[in-house]
Design a protein around this ligand. Structure first.
Ligand code: F3S
Length: 645
């Protein structure tokens, strides 16, 4: 039986386990990336392991999330990341050089290699034929140290694209169509592997838009083959030497097949407040728009912004609309400047931001109260933009640009004019904003400013785990709820004691106080708990507050892994009705916890207040079980190092 592309790459990197869906496998990681909001913690953890130099083929530290520098805090983080990278063999992409995923695609991505990134949109790298996975910082730290990365062997879904897109219908609309069909839970435990004749006309940046938003499906990752299109992109980046052809075998088998005829797709939008709340733009046309934001790791490539420039050239942004544009990288911005497109954007009234994440994560450009914001980004969860009452619609750059002129949500097909853009034969390349690691690490001093606090480490699991239900939350709680990430908090990503004061406060402002007063306890949640970003702060803050176990109907993949890495028990209700019965402040206890965790996949939680008990499933691998017993991954690694002598 032939192999699909996902299986081929995983097989080539397999260190442990068998490639049977649902079983745990360990893979070797070739490349890692971090960004500043998760990077500080990842490098603190890397340092805690006592390893001198990264053992990966390539590791890159990006600064792209927080560049407002309203105080010393994030400037301290940047300095720390720069010096720690320099010392330990990591490339450093300076602030202003661009968004990690865009720059990585341009300058570092290699077809057929594995990439682990401490950012949930790391799957963007699948656009160039990598197995690129988002993970918590600790997993990335371990991979940098040469450690194996463990995942559940995913099912592989073949997304077969046929036909070709109609004018003004884009890669963004393809992935929104996939989201409409599969929902934000539809990719869990799966890799989406794109094939079919329809991919031939999709450039690497377009493919990357699609793999980027595979993260919104909850997928492990998404991947395109490496073909002549990939080769042309790498050639234009003067990196043709890393190109290899990669495709599934003729007789490859898949766990599922989805067919999408590209010629049937319409311009789409994800309406507030979820990326799978997808509607035809036509259906919502006419909604008054207050803000348009173009950029992010989803849609900020040279070609995206050239199309926007063509739409805006000689026109003026509607007086009621604030149009902000953040180019994805220095390369993109330089090219727009050199060919005059930047002047067209500025002349039309666009506000140009530096190359970085910016408004995507609420770092500036929060919309007004109750405003409608059209964004080319990948997430529209409530409050992520910085304004809780705002409604964010996710759209293509074409829809965004046309709507910025009309002042209302507009079907881009009403625009008259040709906006076709060819991929350049050569991109403008200058890596002067990427600092290579020091040749002699002993000369480098790591600078750790006062904002950088030690991270919490759990203790071994006790035999009796008692505590109150500190909070009970609904379905689809995101990591933004658990550990809000806004302009005020982002500078404190390396300061867990401070951050924990905001843990789960969007759900209940009293949570941190309750947790402290009760000496920790339990969290109860619904379906898909912890969806969204890879930020492990969403596990570290509860750990700091003494949370011992999270009881839910189901978990989002990365968050579950992060909780286990922190030694917090991840339990799912065997009978979902039990969720309805359990109440806030109920006194719970897990008796014989060590024995229960050791011996099987069922853990009984007693509810002393209601005099009842719940059967919970503990769906973890043996390695994860060991982590839970020892109190997290750092303890496991220390334990292993001690055993190795
Ligand atoms: Fe940055 Fe937003 Fe992407 S925060 S990495 S542009 S999802």
């Amino acid at each position: 039986m032939g192999l699909n592309l996902t299986q081929k790459i995983l097989k080539a990197h397999l260190v442990e386990g068998q490639m049977i869906p649902g079983e745990e496998i360990g893979i070797r990681i070739d490349q890692t990336l971090t960004q500043d909001s998760t990077g500080t913690m990842a490098y603190l953890q890397f340092q805690a392991m006592g390893i001198d130099r990264v053992k990966t083929k390539r590791s890159v530290a990006y600064i792209d999330h927080n560049m407002l520098q309203q105080g010393f805090e994030n400037a301290d983080d940047h300095k720390y990341i720069q010096t720690v990278a320099h010392k330990h063999g990591i490339y450093f992409s300076r602030p202003g050089n661009g968004i990690c995923h865009q720059v990585h695609l341009e300058r570092f991505g290699v077809p057929g290699e594995t990439l682990l990134g401490s950012d949930s949109h790391t799957p963007t790298g699948g656009g160039i034929g990598m197995i690129a996975i988002g993970a918590g910082g600790l997993d990335v730290a371990v991979a940098m140290g040469g450690g194996t990365y463990y995942i559940t062997m995913p099912k592989v879904v073949n997304v077969k694209l046929t036909g070709s897109l109609k004018p003004f219908v884009t890669a963004k609309d393809i992935i929104l169509e996939v989201l409409r069909r599969l929902t934000v839970k539809g990719g869990v435990g799966k890799v989406l592997e794109y094939t079919g004749d329809g991919i031939k006309n999709l450039s690497v940046p377009e493919r990357a838009t699609i793999t980027n938003m595979g993260a919104e499906l909850g997928a492990t990752t998404s991947i395109f083959p490496s073909d002549e299109v990939t080769r042309a992109f790498l050639k234009a980046q003067k990196r043709e030497d890393v190109w290899v052809e990669l495709k599934p075998d003729e007789d490859a088998e898949y766990d599922e097949v989805i067919e999408i005829n590209l010629s049937e797709i319409e311009p789409l939008t994800a309406a507030p407040h979820s990326p799978d709340n997808v509607k035809d733009v036509k259906e919502l046309e006419g909604i008054k728009v207050d803000q348009v934001a173009i950029g992010s790791c989803t849609n900020s490539s040279y070609m995206d912004l050239m199309k926007v420039a063509k739409i805006l050239k000689g026109r003026t942004v509607h007086p009621d609309v604030s149009l902000v544009i953040a180019p994805g990288s220095k390369q993109v911005l330089t090219m727009l400047a050199a060919n005059g497109a930047l002047a067209d954007l500025i002349a039309a009234g666009a506000r140009i931001l530096e190359s970085g994440c910016g408004p995507c994560i609420g770092m500036g450009q929060a919309p007004a109260t109750n405003a409608v914001s059209l964004r080319t980004f990948n997430r529209n969860f409530k409050g992520r933009c910085g304004t809780v009452s705002a409604g964010v619609y996710l759209v293509s750059p074409e829809t965004a640009a046309v709507s910025a002129i009309t002042g209302k949500l507009t079907d881009p097909r009403t625009f008259e004019g040709n906006i076709a853009v060819e991929m350049p034969e050569e991109f403008m390349i200058d890596d002067n904003m990427i600092i290579p690691p020091a040749e002699d690490p002993s000369t480098v001093e790591v600078i750790q400013g006062p904002n950088i606090k030690p991270f919490p480490i759990n203790t071994e699991l006790k035999d009796e785990v008692p505590g109150k239900v500190l909070i009970k939350v609904e379905d689809n709680i995101t990591t933004d709820h658990i550990m809000p990430s806004n302009a005020k908090l982002l500078p404190f990503r390396s300061n867990i004691p401070y951050l924990s004061e905001y843990c789960l406060t969007p759900c209940n402002p009293d949570f941190p106080k309750r947790a402290k007063e009760n000496n920790g306890g339990f969290i109860v949640g619904g379906e898909n708990y912890g969806q969204g970003s890879s930020r492990e702060h969403a596990a570290l803050a509860p750990l700091y507050l003494g949370v011992k176990a999270v009881l839910v109907k189901s978990f989002a993949r990365i968050h579950k892994a992060n909780l286990i890495n922190s030694g917090i028990l991840t339990l799912t209700f065997k009978n979902p009705e039990d969720y309805d019965k359990i109440q806030e402040f109920d006194e719970l206890v897990i008796e014989n916890a060590v024995e229960q965790v050791k011996s099987g996949n069922t853990v009984v939680v007693k509810n002393k207040t209601q005099n009842t008990e719940y059967e919970m499933s503990l769906d973890v691998s043996d390695r994860e079980r060991q982590m839970l017993l020892l109190g997290g991954k750092i303890n496991l690694i220390k334990h292993q190092n001690a055993a190795e002598g």
